[in-house]
Design a protein around this ligand. Structure first.
Ligand SMILES: [Zn+2]
Length: 455
């Protein structure tokens, strides 16, 4: 049985304009047979189902290529790595994956997660056990002592429940890649740098060029995609030269990086939402503020946007991702902010930003040639909105204007179930964020309550 969807406006993802008074038609398997002006639609057979979005704006389901299903809206790296078993994190990740879908995101990539959390969530959704977005899954990041996720002192190391797998030589890296591929990952994430800098301030790449080349060759030999966290110039350059499919951040890229990215067909996911939220949301009492992090992030963000604009201009494909899963980027809340930031801070037109979040991001995804564009032969993953994001890009962040989320032609409805973060994520042992010396206590007004002296 065919379904006819009447669309006030239809944005297919393949063009920069929306078509007025259009129709989307798909078959019983959710495969699109027509997308275009209603007047040209195939004849409606007897008993065909009609869905009326004649007052709405239809577009492909949105894609976030940077949502970590294992993180759990964490307030610290320890929250991510230590305090809950992998099994609990998988169940929690499923709950949060549904919040992402409810926000209009029908597909995500979870690039770097502990254990086999993302791929288990992917498989459970694909098997029809739960509603959820299509998930492209990775295992733990490959890292060295200079890379992201090797947070703890050397005498602790990276625990087995960490999001990172510490490798100490290239043979161990290749072994880990083969293990992850056997377990069924779609992509392998490499922590190409972290937080360690040289005395001159430059971020140090976690792997040499030669090591990076060997890892990426092995990932590609196995038919998988390689993704990298690379903020600094060196890590971005090594990633680009090695032909990593998707580079996250790239804030310090230069012309040499851009040339290598274009030559090797690398895509870029700048992930602007997480730093922007750190800058805007962090409150003065929080440890991040007291460590001066928002100011440091703001400096890097400004510089990053200036550099990234050069890559946009040069024609590097930009993908939308948010680093959702932190306390500043809770699941289901800020995914579409990335689209707004593409417009505000990178100079995209609204249409180009929408295409980045649909057609362009789909190019990276496993099975991406079936999603991202509303065209015959593709799958009917789409969203309907009350209002045009081409006129106001913020519409996509307003849940009250999301009229419907459809996967393979089926409308999915996720109940908006609340949760208590103290029972879900906040298992950290830290209790205070201040040091109560006599001087500090004297500073604080009113003074803290004293216990009554015992009788
Ligand atoms: Zn990330």
């Amino acid at each position: 049985m065919k379904t006819f969807v009447r669309c006030g406006q239809l944005f297919t993802g393949a063009e920069d304009e929306a078509q007025k008074d259009a129709a989307l038609v798909y078959d019983g398997d959710g495969r699109i047979v027509y997308a275009g002006p209603e007047a040209g639609a195939p004849r409606r057979g007897r008993g065909a189902r009609v869905v009326d979005h004649s007052g709405g704006f239809l577009m492909p389901g949105l894609i976030d290529v940077h949502t970590h299903l294992a993180y759990g809206n964490a307030k610290s790296e320890e929250d991510i790595d230590l305090y809950s078993p992998l099994e609990f994190r998988a169940l929690r990740g499923m709950f949060f994956a549904q919040k992402v879908l409810a926000a209009g995101y029908t597909a995500i990539c979870s690039p770097g997660d502990a254990g086999q959390i993302s791929l288990s969530i992917r498989d459970a959704i694909a098997a029809g056990l739960f509603d959820g977005p299509r998930v492209m899954a990775a295992g733990p990041y490959l890292t060295t002592h200079q890379g992201l996720t090797d947070w703890y002192p050397t005498w602790i190391g990276a625990p087995d429940t960490s999001i990172g797998k510490l490798v100490t030589n290239v043979n161990e890296a290749v072994e880990e890649i083969r293990r992850q591929v056997k377990n069924g990952v779609d992509c392998v994430k490499i922590a190409m740098d972290g937080i360690q800098r040289r005395p001159d301030g430059e971020l140090i790449a976690a792997f040499t060029q030669e090591e990076t080349d060997i890892m990426v060759r092995e990932i590609h030999r196995q038919g998988k995609k390689a993704v990298a966290h690379a903020v600094g110039r060196e890590a971005t350059l090594y990633s680009a030269r090695a032909g990593i499919d998707l580079i996250f951040h790239g804030f310090h890229l230069d012309d040499e990086c851009i040339a290598a990215m274009l030559k090797n067909g690398c895509m870029l996911g700048p992930t602007l939402t997480q730093p922007k939220n750190i800058i805007e949301f962090t409150q003065p009492h929080e440890p991040a503020a007291q460590k001066g992090r928002p100011e440091a992030v703001e400096r890097r963000y400004r510089l990053g946007c200036a550099n990234l604009k050069k890559a946009v201009k040069a024609g590097v494909p930009f993908l939308t991702g948010t680093d959702s899963g932190f306390a500043v980027t809770p699941y289901g809340e800020w995914h579409a902010r990335e689209i707004e930031l593409f417009v505000e801070d990178l100079g995209f037109t609204p249409a180009a930003a929408l295409r980045a979040a649909t057609e362009i991001s789909a190019r990276f995804m496993t099975g991406g040639d079936a999603i991202g564009v509303l065209a015959p032969g593709r799958t009917a993953d789409f969203t309907a909105w009350d209002g045009s994001p081409l006129a106001d890009i913020r519409v996509l962040q307003d849940k009250s204007r999301l009229r419907g989320v459809y996967q393979a032609g089926r409308e999915v409805r996720i109940p908006d179930r609340p949760y208590d973060p103290r029972q879900v994520t906040d298992f950290s042992l830290s209790n205070w964020t201040d040091l109560y010396t006599q001087a500090r206590v004297a500073e604080l007004r009113p003074p803290p309550k004293r216990l009554e002296a015992a009788e």
